[in-house]
Design a protein around this ligand. Structure first.
Ligand SMILES: Nc1nc2c(c(=O)[nH]1)N[C@H]1C(S)=C(S)[C@@H](COP(=O)(O)OP(=O)(O)OC[C@H]3O[C@@H](n4cnc5c(=O)[nH]c(N)nc54)[C@H](O)[C@@H]3O)O[C@H]1N2
Ligand SMILES: Nc1nc2c(c(=O)[nH]1)N[C@H]1C(S)=C(S)[C@@H](COP(=O)(O)OP(=O)(O)OC[C@H]3O[C@@H](n4cnc5c(=O)[nH]c(N)nc54)[C@H](O)[C@@H]3O)O[C@H]1N2
Ligand code: SF4
Ligand SMILES: [Mo]
Length: 692
C-alpha cells in the first residue's frame, strides 16, 4: 500500500445530523486530516470543531473492540470478551424466548437521533421480527413538527435556506451551534452577509441575536403564547396575505376570533417579552417577503408541542410564507427507494393497533414509541409487558426524560443488548454489548427520510478494527437468526444499492455525484390543493373531532406553575462541542469544554454567593444535579440554562460512569406528558439552586 496522503470525499456524520462535505486526508489506514470541501452542496467549505475532531472517535484507546457479555451483576461493570457468533446467538436466543412467552411485542427495538441508514434497517428488523415497538426520541425531536405539519397543511414545512429570504426567524434554534437537520449554519450566514434580516426568539442572547433586528428573550416554555400574540397582531392589523388566506386556508374567521384576546399585553405577562417588541417583530415578519421560520427543539420540548407547532404553521400560512422559495417549504425526495418498502412495513399491517402508543391514543402517523410509554410497559406492564430490548445509536440513561425511571426500567428488563462505539451508562446496563464500526469505516447514506429532499453519500474511508461491525451488518446477521433469513441480504451492502437503484445508479456512481436532490417545486397546491381533508391549510383542524385534537392552537398554561420554592425557570441548550451525551471521551473536544456548566446571570450568582466555576446544585421537584457556574449577562436573571447530556467516561464503571451526577434528565419528569406525542417538559421547569 502506498504511503502517500490521499484525499477522499465523503460527508460528515454522527456528530450531529451531519451534512458537511469533507475532504479526508488518509495515509494507509489512518485519517490524518479533515477539512471542509469547498464544493460541498450544503457547507461550501464550512466545517465545525466537532467535524474536525471526528476521526478521533475511531482511534481512542478505550473504544469498544470486541463483543462483551456481562460477567457480574447488572450494571456492575464486569465483562467477558466473547466471539461474534456467541454474541449474536445469545441475543437471538433471548429475543426469541421473550417472543415465545410474551409475543413479539414484548421485545422493543430502540434507536436515538437518526444517524444514518441503520435507522431504517432497525425498523426493518423490528418489523420482520414482528414487533410493532420501535422506541425513538421522536417525542422530543422533530416528529411534532413533521406530523403536526402533515395534519395541518399536508407536509412538513422545512426552512428553505437554498433560496434567499428577506427575513429568517430563529425560533428556538441555535443554528450556529447545532446546525439543524438538513441545514448547515453557513447557508444562513451567507444570506445574512447579503442582507437577510434576523429575528431571534430565544431566552439566551445567542450568537446570532447580536446580528438580529429583534431579539425576543422569552420565558422558557411560553412559545405557544408568543405565537398567539404574533397571530393577534397580524390579524388585528390586517397584515396577513389576503389572497392566500381566502383561497387556501380553512377556518380563518375562527382563528381570528380565537386570537382576539391574545393582545401583546396579555402575551407579555406570560412570556416576559415587552408588548411593543411583540408588535414590531410580528409586523416585521408579516411584511418581509419571503420570510422563513427556522424552528428548533424548544418547540417540542414541552407538553404543549402540538399547539405550539400548530400556531407557528398558522403564522407561516397566513403570511403567505408556506411553500414559497425562501419560506417554509415541502421538500421533494429524489427518485430513491420509499421508506415503506425498505422497512417492509407491509409485513406488519397491524402495527398501528398493536404498538404500545395505540393504548395512549397518540396522534395518527406517529409510528415510534415515546420513551415514557416504553418504560411504562416495562415497569407497569401497561398496556402489556415488554421484557427485552435491542438498542443502538442511543444512550437512554442520559437522553430520556427522568433518568431514574430509565435506570429502573433497564434494571427490570430480562435482557438488553446495546450496540455502541464506546462503553456508556446505557451499555453498562446491558447483558451483551456490541462494538460498532462508525462514520468513515463503512459505506452509508445520509439524510434519508428526514424531509429535506436530498440524500448524501458517505463512502467508507478506512477499514474498521477487525471486530467492529457496522450496525447494518450486525442487524443483517441478527435478522437472519430471528426472522425469515430470505428477507435479509447475503451482504448488508446490498441495502445501500437498493436505496439508489430507482435513480438508475449504483452506490459507486452515487458517490461520484456526492448527493442526490429531488426537484424544487413550489406552490404545488395551486395544481393539486393541500393534502388535507379540506384541500386547504387547516387553521381550524377539520379532523379535530375524529382524532380528539384541539381544532385551534391553544395556550394551556405554563409548563409548570410559579412556585416560590422553585424561584428560577430552568432550560437547556445543546453544546456546540458535543452531540447530546456523546463524545465526552474525545480529548480534543473535552479540552474545549471540560465540565458541565449552568449559565446564570451575574446578579443571580451574587444573590447566592456563587462565583464563576463554583459547583452549583440545581434542584427541581424531581431531582438534583451539580454543574459548574458560568456567569453571563446573555440570560435573564430569572432563567438558568444547564448543560444536557453529561456523564463521565473517566468515572466509576460500577456507578455507570456517574450517570446521575450532572445529567440534566435527573431534573425532568414524565408525570405530565403531551397527549399527542407523549412529550414531557424538558424546558421551562421550576428550579432552585445553592452552592455545591
Ligand atoms: N433533557 C433533554 N433531553 C434530551 C434533549 C434535550 O435537549 N434535553 N434532546 C433530545 C433529542 S433532540 C434527541 S435527538 C435525543 C438524542 O438521544 P440519543 O440519540 O440517545 O443521544 P446521542 O448522545 O446522540 O447518541 C447516543 C449514542 O450513540 C452512539 N453512537 C455514535 N455513533 C454510533 C454508531 O455508528 N453506531 C452505534 N450503534 N452507536 C453510535 C454514541 O456513542 C452514543 O453513546 O435526546 C433527547 N433528549
Ligand atoms: N453541537 C450539537 N449539534 C446538534 C446536537 C447536539 O447535541 N450538539 N443535536 C442535534 C439534534 S438531534 C437536534 S434535534 C438539533 C437541535 O438543535 P436546536 O433546535 O438548536 O436545540 P437546542 O440547543 O436544544 O435549543 C436551541 C435554542 O433554544 C433556546 N431555548 C431554550 N429554551 C427555550 C424555549 O423555551 N423557547 C425558545 N424559543 N427557545 C429556547 C436555547 O437557548 C437554544 O439557544 O441539534 C442537532 N445538532
Ligand atoms: S456542522 Fe455537523 S456536519 Fe458539519 S462538520 Fe460540524 S458536525 Fe459535521
Ligand atoms: Mo434531536
Amino acid at each position: 500500500m502506498s504511503d502517500d496522503l490521499r484525499w477522499v470525499k465523503t460527508h460528515c456524520a454522527r456528530m450531529d445530523h451531519g451534512g458537511c462535505a469533507l475532504l479526508v486526508g488518509v495515509r494507509g489506514n489512518t485519517i490524518e486530516a479533515v477539512k471542509g470541501d469547498p464544493e460541498g452542496f450544503l457547507n461550501k467549505g464550512y466545517i465545525c470543531v466537532k467535524g474536525t475532531a471526528s476521526p478521533d472517535r475511531l482511534t481512542h484507546p478505550d473504544r469498544l473492540r470486541h463483543p462483551l457479555k456481562r460477567a457480574g451483576g447488572k450494571g456492575e461493570g464486569k465483562w467477558e470478551r466473547i466471539s461474534w457468533p456467541e454474541a449474536l446467538n445469545t441475543i437471538a436466543e433471548n429475543l426469541i424466548k421473550v417472543r415465545e412467552q410474551y409475543g413479539a411485542r414484548g421485545v422493543a427495538f430502540g434507536v436515538g437521533m437518526p444517524k444514518g441508514l441503520d435507522h431504517f434497517i432497525l425498523i426493518r428488523l423490528a418489523n420482520l421480527f414482528g414487533s410493532p415497538n420501535v422506541i425513538a426520541s421522536q417525542d422530543v425531536c422533530h416528529a411534532p413538527r413533521e406530523i403536526t405539519g402533515i395534519h395541518t397543511c399536508g407536509f412538513y414545512p422545512v426552512a428553505d435556506f437554498h433560496h434567499k429570504s428577506k427575513l429568517a426567524v430563529l425560533w428556538g434554534s441555535n443554528i450556529t451551534a447545532t446546525n439543524e437537520e438538513g441545514e448547515i449554519c453557513s447557508m444562513l450566514l451567507a444570506q445574512v452577509k447579503e442582507g437577510t434580516e434576523l429575528i431571534v426568539v430565544d431566552p439566551r442572547r445567542i450568537d446570532l441575536a447580536k446580528k438580529a433586528r429583534f431579539w425576543l428573550p422569552l420565558r422558557p416554555g411560553t412559545d405557544n403564547a408568543l405565537a398567539l400574540g404574533f397571530l393577534h397582531v397580524i390579524i388585528e392589523e390586517g397584515l396577513y396575505d389576503r389572497e392566500f388566506v381566502e383561497k387556501w386556508t380553512h377556518g380563518f374567521a375562527e382563528l381570528a376570533g380565537h386570537v382576539k384576546d391574545w393582545t401583546p399585553e396579555k402575551v407579555s405577562a406570560i412570556t416576559w417579552v415587552a408588548p411593543e417588541l411583540i408588535r414590531e417583530a410580528a409586523r416585521y415578519y408579516a411584511q418581509a417577503k419571503p420570510a422563513v421560520i427556522q424552528w428548533g427543539n424548544p418547540i417540542e420540548h414541552n407538553t404543549h408541542t402540538f399547539d405550539t407547532t400548530r400556531a407557528l404553521i398558522c403564522l407561516m400560512a397566513i403570511c403567505g410564507n408556506l411553500d414559497v422559495p425562501g419560506g417554509n417549504v415541502e421538500a421533494h425526495d429524489p427518485k430513491i427507494i420509499g421508506l415503506g418498502p425498505l422497512v417492509r412495513a407491509d409485513l406488519i399491517p397491524t402495527k398501528a393497533k398493536e404498538m404500545i402508543s395505540a393504548h395512549h391514543r397518540v396522534i395518527p402517523r406517529l409510528m415510534t414509541i415515546a420513551p415514557a410509554f416504553f418504560r411504562k410497559a416495562i415497569l407497569e406492564d401497561v398496556p402489556y409487558p415488554v421484557r427485552a430490548a435491542y438498542m443502538m445509536c442511543s444512550n437512554p440513561m442520559l437522553s430520556y426524560a427522568d433518568s431514574r425511571q430509565t435506570y429502573e426500567a433497564l434494571m427490570k428488563l430480562d435482557f438488553l443488548a446495546v450496540a455502541d462505539l464506546f462503553m456508556t451508562p446505557t451499555a453498562a446496563m446491558a447483558d451483551i454489548v456490541l462494538p460498532v464500526a462508525s462514520q468513515f469505516e463503512f459505506d452509508d447514506i445520509g439524510h434519508m427520510g428526514i424531509g429535506h429532499g436530498f440524500i448524501l453519500a458517505r463512502p467508507k474511508v478506512v477499514d474498521p478494527p477487525e471486530e467492529c461491525w457496522p450496525d447494518m451488518k450486525i442487524m443483517n446477521e441478527l435478522g437472519k437468526l430471528i426472522s425469515p433469513p430470505e428477507l435479509w441480504h447475503d451482504d448488508y451492502r446490498e441495502f445501500i444499492e437498493d436505496v439508489v437503484k430507482p435513480a438508475g445508479l449504483t452506490y459507486a456512481q452515487f458517490c461520484e455525484k456526492g448527493y442526490l436532490k429531488g426537484p424544487d417545486r413550489f406552490k404545488l397546491y395551486e395544481e393539486k390543493g393541500f393534502r388535507t381533508p379540506t384541500g386547504k391549510v387547516e387553521l381550524l383542524l377539520s379532523t379535530a373531532e375524529k382524532f380528539k385534537l384541539s381544532a385551534l392552537p391553544e395556550f394551556r398554561g405554563l409548563p409548570e406553575e410559579d412556585d416560590p420554592q422553585y424561584p428560577f425557570v430552568l432550560t437547556s441548550a445543546k453544546s456546540r462541542y458535543y452531540l447530546h451525551s456523546s463524545y465526552r471521551w474525545i480529548d480534543k473536544l473535552r479540552r474545549l469544554k471540560p465540565h458541565p456548566q449552568v449559565e446564570m446571570h451575574p446578579d443571580t450568582a451574587r444573590q447566592y454567593g456563587i462565583a464563576a466555576g463554583d459547583d452549583v446544585v440545581i434542584e427541581t421537584r424531581y431531582g438534583k444535579i451539580t454543574q459548574k457556574a458560568r456567569l453571563t449577562d446573555a440570560i435573564d436573571p430569572r432563567v438558568l440554562c444547564a448543560d444536557h447530556g453529561w456523564w463521565f467516561p473517566e468515572g466509576n464503571p460500577e456507578n455507570q460512569y456517574d450517570w446521575d451526577k450532572a445529567n440534566f434528565n435527573m431534573l425532568t419528569s414524565t408525570q405530565k406528558l403531551g397527549r399527542e406525542y407523549g412529550t414531557p417538559n424538558l424546558k421551562g421547569m421550576g428550579c432552585r439552586i445553592y452552592l455545591g
